[in-house]
Design a protein around this ligand. Structure first.
Ligand SMILES: *[C@@H]1O[C@H](CO)[C@@H](O)[C@H](O)[C@H]1NC(C)=O
Ligand SMILES: *[C@@H]1O[C@H](CO)[C@@H](O)[C@H](O)[C@H]1NC(C)=O
Ligand SMILES: *[C@@H]1O[C@H](CO)[C@@H](O)[C@H](O)[C@H]1NC(C)=O
Ligand SMILES: *[C@@H]1O[C@H](CO)[C@@H](O)[C@H](O)[C@H]1NC(C)=O
Ligand SMILES: *[C@@H]1O[C@H](CO)[C@@H](O)[C@H](O)[C@H]1NC(C)=O
Length: 265
C-alpha cells in the first residue's frame, strides 16, 4: 500500500515538473536583414545541471538540422550543410534558459519555419518561429543619356523583395516610366532597372523607391539643365572654327610672304 502511494506521488511530481517546463519564443516572427546577423530567440525553463540539456534547432518544413547541442557541446555532425559555419548558440546563456540561435550571414533560402526543441532534467518542449528575409536596396546608380531629341534618366539597384518604383515630376505628378525587374545572382536579389525619358532640355524628377517589407523609402532628386545644340553649342562651335580659319589664313599668308621675301633677296 505504502509503495503504491509513493509511486502515485512520484508520478504526480513528474507531471507537475513537465507542466512547469516551457519552451517559448519571445517573437513568433523575425525579419532577417541581409548583412546583419539574425538572432532567433528561444527560452526554456532552466536547470542548473547542463549534462542533460539537449537543444536542437530544426527546419519545420523538412526536419533539416540547423544546429544541435548535447553532452555540453555543439554537435554538428547531423547539421545540414547549408548551415555550416553560420550558426551558434550563446553557450554561457544556456544555464539561464536561453537557447537563442545566431545566424550569420543570412540569405533568401533561410526564410521559413524554425523549431526550437529543448529537453533537460525538468522536461521537454518546443516552440516555432518564423523567419522572413529582406535586403535593403543599394544606393541607385544613375545614368543620364542625352541626344539631339531626348534625355533619358536611368538607374540600377539591387534588393529584396520587389520594390515599388515611382517617378514624380515637379508638381508631384506621377510620370510614366520604364521598369525592368530581373531575378538575380545566387543571393536571390532582384536587379532593378528603371528609366524616365523626356523630350526637353530641363529635367526635374524625383525617383521614389520603396521596399515595403523593410520600410525602406529612397527618394532621389534628379535635376538636369543643359544648353541644346540649336541655341548654344552649335554656334559656339562655328565661332571657334572661324577663329581657327583666321589664324590658319594668317599663318599661310606669313609663310607665303616669307617665301616671296626670300625670293626677292
Ligand atoms: C567552415 O569554416 C572552416 C574554417 O574556417 C573551413 O575550413 C570550412 O571549409 C568551412 N565550411 C564551410 C561549409 O564553409
Ligand atoms: C539570449 O542571449 C542573447 C545573447 O546574449 C541575447 O541577445 C538575447 O536577448 C537572449 N534572449 C533571451 C530570450 O533572453
Ligand atoms: C535618343 O534617345 C532616346 C532615348 O534614349 C532614343 O529612344 C532615341 O532613339 C534617340 N534618338 C536618336 C536620334 O538617337
Ligand atoms: C524641382 O522640383 C522640386 C519639386 O519637386 C522643386 O521644389 C524645385 O524647386 C524644382 N527645382 C527647380 C530648379 O526647378
Ligand atoms: C502615383 O502612383 C502611386 C503608386 O502607384 C499611387 O499610390 C498614387 O496614388 C499615384 N498618385 C497619383 C496622383 O496618381
Amino acid at each position: 500500500m505504502g509503495l503504491i502511494l509513493r509511486d502515485v506521488f512520484l508520478c504526480c511530481a513528474w507531471i507537475i515538473n513537465v507542466a512547469s517546463f516551457k519552451v517559448t519564443v519571445p517573437e513568433r516572427y523575425l525579419l532577417a536583414i541581409r548583412g546583419h546577423p539574425a538572432v532567433l530567440g528561444c527560452e526554456f525553463t532552466p536547470d542548473p545541471d547542463l549534462s542533460n540539456l539537449v537543444v536542437t534547432w530544426q527546419r519545420q518544413e523538412d526536419a533539416r538540422v540547423v544546429h544541435s547541442f548535447y553532452y555540453q557541446q555543439d554537435k554538428l555532425d547531423r547539421q545540414s550543410p547549408e548551415y555550416h559555419n553560420r550558426t551558434s548558440l550563446y553557450i554561457s546563456e544556456l544555464g539561464k534558459g536561453n537557447a537563442s540561435l545566431r545566424m550569420h550571414p543570412v540569405g533568401l533560402k533561410d526564410a521559413g519555419q524554425y523549431l526550437c526543441q529543448v529537453s533537460n532534467a525538468k522536461g521537454a518542449g518546443n516552440a516555432l518561429i518564423e523567419l522572413d528575409y529582406g535586403a535593403l536596396y543599394s544606393e541607385p546608380r544613375f545614368n543620364i543619356h542625352v541626344n539631339s531629341t531626348a534625355v533619358a534618366v536611368q538607374f540600377e539597384t539591387e534588393g529584396f523583395p520587389k520594390p515599388e518604383v515611382i517617378w514624380v515630376g515637379e508638381h508631384n505628378q506621377n510620370l510614366s516610366s520604364h521598369l525592368e525587374i530581373q531575378d538575380q545572382t545566387e543571393d536571390g536579389l532582384f536587379y532593378i532597372k528603371s528609366s524616365y525619358e523626356v523630350q526637353k532640355s530641363l529635367v526635374n524628377v524625383t525617383l521614389i523607391l520603396k521596399n515595403q517589407l523593410l520600410n525602406q523609402n529612397l527618394e532621389r532628386l534628379v535635376f538636369l539643365s543643359y544648353v541644346s545644340d540649336e541655341d548654344g553649342d552649335g554656334s559656339t562651335a562655328v565661332i571657334i572654327l572661324s577663329i581657327l580659319s583666321v589664324i590658319l589664313f594668317a599663318v599661310v599668308m606669313f609663310l607665303l610672304l616669307r617665301k616671296q621675301i626670300k625670293s626677292y633677296l
